[in-house]
Design a protein around this ligand. Structure first.
Ligand SMILES: NC(=O)c1ccc[n+]([C@@H]2O[C@H](COP(=O)([O-])OP(=O)(O)OC[C@H]3O[C@@H](n4cnc5c(N)ncnc54)[C@H](O)[C@@H]3O)[C@@H](O)[C@H]2O)c1
Length: 354
C-alpha cells in the first residue's frame, strides 16, 4: 500500500513534535515543508525526512507529490489553508482550534462536500488514550446506565517565569480566544468522542476571565486573552455538563472528569498521565456501601497522543476507516465555543446553533 504523502505547513513548536509521524513507518511520509521562515521549515524537513522546503504555502497545494496537508499554522490561517487544500484535492489534518468560529466550519463543510476528501482536527489527539477509549466503551455498552451528568475540570499550571509566546497567542482576532480556543477544543472533542450521541449541546451559560499575574515575578505572557472559563452545557435529552478550565492559579494543576449514570459512576482524567493510578468505577450494589473499583487503564505515551491525528488521517485514507473527529463534530464543538463567548459577553444562557 502506498504511503500517504504529506505537505507540512507551519514549522513552529507543534510541527517539530509531529515529525515522528512521518518517520515511524506507519504509512505517513512528508514530501515538503512550508514556512515563511525558511530556517524553521528546513529544521522540520530534516527531522521529518522531507526532501523539499518552500516559503509559499500555496506551492504545497499545487504540488502533485502531496496527498494530504498537515496544517500547523496559527489559527486564523486554518480556514483559508483548509479550503485551498480541499480545492486542490488534498486531505487535511488541521491543528486545533479547527477554526475561529462555527461559521468558518460551515464554510469548510461546504468546500468538502462531494470531494470524498477527509478532514480531521488535532483536537482529537487524546481520543487514543486508554482512559478515553474505556470511558467511551462503558457508556456505549450501558455499563453506567443513562449518563445524566459530567463534571469536567481541568487546571493547567502557570507558564514558567520569563516564558515568551508568539504574538498571535495574545490576539483573539488571530486565535479566537485564549485558553478557551487553546484547550477548549480538546475538552469538547473528548466529550464528543466519549459521549457519542449523548453530546448534543443545546444551551450554554458561562463566563470567562483573563490571565493575571500570580506575583510580580510570575506574569503570564498573554494578558489580553481568556485564561479561565466556567460553563454549564445543557444537552438535548437532559444531560448536564459542568465544564471548567483554568490556568495559572494559586492552586495545583488538576485533571478530573466525573461521569455519572443511573447504574454507576466513573472518575477519570483527560491527558495521558502515566503517573496516575487509574480510573475509578463507583456503584452501589444492593444495600452495601458504595463500592469503588480501580480499573486498569493503559494511557498512551504523550508522544503517541501528539502524533495520533496524523496516524488517524493516514489510516482513514489507506484503510477506509472512519475518523474520530470530522467537520460535523467540529460544527458542534465550535457551536459551544461561540455560545460560551456570547454567554460571557451577555451574561445570558445562549442557545447553541446547529
Ligand atoms: N505549541 C503547542 O504546544 C501546540 C500544541 C498543540 C497544538 N498547537 C496548535 O498548532 C498551531 C501552531 O502552534 P505553534 O505553537 O506551533 O505556533 P508557532 O507560532 O510556534 O508556529 C507557527 C508557524 O507557522 C508559521 N507561519 C505563519 N504564517 C505562515 C504562513 N502564511 N505560511 C507558512 N507558515 C506560516 C510561522 O512562521 C511559525 O513557524 C496552533 O493552531 C496551535 O493552537 C500548538
Amino acid at each position: 500500500m502506498n504511503p500517504v504523502r504529506y505537505g507540512v505547513i507551519g514549522a513552529g513548536v507543534i510541527a517539530n513534535y509531529m515529525t515522528r509521524a512521518f518517520t515511524e513507518g506507519r504509512g505517513s511520509i512528508a514530501t515538503v515543508v512550508a514556512d515563511i521562515n525558511p530556517a524553521a521549515a528546513q529544521k522540520v524537513a530534516t527531522a521529518s525526512g522531507a526532501p523539499k522546503v518552500v516559503t509559499d504555502w500555496r506551492a504545497v497545494m499545487a504540488d502533485p507529490a502531496v496527498d494530504a496537508v498537515y496544517l500547523a499554522t496559527p489559527p486564523f490561517l486554518h480556514k483559508p489553508m483548509t479550503i485551498a487544500a480541499l480545492q486542490a484535492g488534498k486531505h487535511v489534518c488541521c491543528e486545533k482550534p479547527f477554526m475561529l468560529t462555527q461559521a468558518e466550519v460551515r464554510d469548510v463543510i461546504a468546500a468538502q462536500k462531494g470531494t470524498g476528501l477527509h478532514v480531521n482536527c488535532a483536537s482529537s489527539r487524546y481520543n487514543c488514550a486508554g482512559t478515553a477509549q474505556k470511558a467511551k466503551q462503558m457508556i456505549a455498552t450501558g455499563e453506567l446506565g443513562q449518563v445524566y451528568h459530567v463534571s469536567f475540570t481541568q487546571v493547567n499550571p502557570p507558564t514558567k517565569p520569563g516564558a515568551t509566546l508568539p504574538d498571535w497567542r495574545n490576539d483573539p482576532a488571530r486565535n479566537g480566544g485564549g485558553i478557551s480556543f487553546d484547550w477548549g477544543p480538546y475538552d469538547l472533542d473528548w466529550l464528543s468522542f466519549v459521549l457519542g450521541d449523548l453530546f448534543r449541546p443545546q444551551l450554554v451559560f458561562g463566563a470567562l476571565g483573563n490571565y493575571f499575574p500570580l506575583t510580580a515575578e510570575r506574569v503570564p505572557p498573554c494578558l489580553g486573552v481568556d485564561g479561565r472559563y466556567t460553563a454549564q452545557i445543557i444537552c438535548e435529552g437532559g444531560l448536564t455538563i459542568l465544564w471548567e478550565r483554568r490556568a495559572g492559579e494559586h492552586g495545583p494543576a488538576r485533571h478530573s472528569i466525573e461521569l455519572r449514570g443511573t447504574k454507576g459512576g466513573l472518575d477519570t482524567y483527560f491527558m495521558p498521565m502515566p503517573e496516575k493510578s487509574g480510573m475509578q468505577h463507583h456503584a452501589y450494589v444492593g444495600t452495601e456501601e458504595l463500592k469503588t473499583t480501580l480499573l486498569p487503564d493503559a494511557p498512551p505515551s504523550w508522544e503517541d497522543a501528539i502524533i495520533n491525528p496524523v496516524r488517524e488521517l493516514t489510516a482513514a485514507i489507506r484503510e477506509n476507516r472512519p475518523l474520530t473527529n470530522t467537520p460535523a463534530d467540529n460544527l458542534r464543538i465550535h457551536g459551544v465555543l461561540d455560545a460560551l463567548h456570547a454567554s460571557g459577553r451577555t451574561r445570558q444562557a445562549v442557545k447553541v446553533a446547529e
